[in-house]
Design a protein around this ligand. Sequence first.
Ligand code: GUN
Length: 293
Amino acid sequence: MQLLDGKFLSSQIKSEIAIEVAQIKADGGKIPHLVAILVGNAGRSETYVASKMKSCEEVGMHSTLIRFDDDVTEEQLLQAVRDVNNNPDMDGLIVQLPLPKHVNPDRVMETIAPAKDVDGFHPTNIGRMAKGLPCYISATPQGILEMLKRYEIETSGKHCVVVGRSQIVGLPMSILMQRNEYPGNCTVTLTHSKTQNLPDICRSADILIAALGRPGFVTADMVKEGAVVIDVGLEKVPDATKKSGFALRGDVDFESVAPKAGYITPVPGGVGLMTICSLMQNTVKAAKREVYS
Ligand code: GUN
């Protein structure tokens, strides 16, 4: 079993981005600038966004956080998005999800200019991804592709099973893994809550991507010997042995699955760290007008 080490890879990628940003600066180019819109302070969004902003500063990029209270109107939010769209100094924009119930997330995503949509959530970017055209790929799927690439994992002809059909991870992942390029060329099965015989399907996976948000869901009996197991889950679960009273747990029961897997991502220290790197890579591309000129 080999660990897919997100901690190691993300620090490597961060150094690469820092070098690129320093070069841009030396050449008198545009310093990449990421803007995040955060609504309210519930859940873990605040921590995630803070970590995104901090990572930008660490690699020499600019970052701006725009905050709204939970009672922000949809129109106020849309106006903030339009303002960022029209600001030539701001290269990339993310609106942290989830949004309060009274705001339609699709309307917000569709208002972000596709050229600044570094989260890859705009229908234009999703459509372009499906067609294999230049686009922003959303951060977590792109981080997973980067992991497969850097560990030189063979994907062609393999059976890739994705568990969970979220717009942010499962759906884009299933599209990406079937593309006619590396990493890709898999035979993909996208499974979800209505799937029958899920354990059987998982057991036939050469590459198993768990992104359903249920701690410890994937157990050893659902995994083929030598499979590549990618765990996208990250949930807080009570743990009396920890000082904080909780532990972070993925969708995969690591203890039982790891001895069987060929490769496996730990939680924490796996996919999560790759996500922020992808976001920064996309913001650099945005500043360089690499995807949309
Ligand atoms: N909420 C959970 N993951 C993400 C993400 O990748 N981007 C945004 N904007 N919100 C999220």
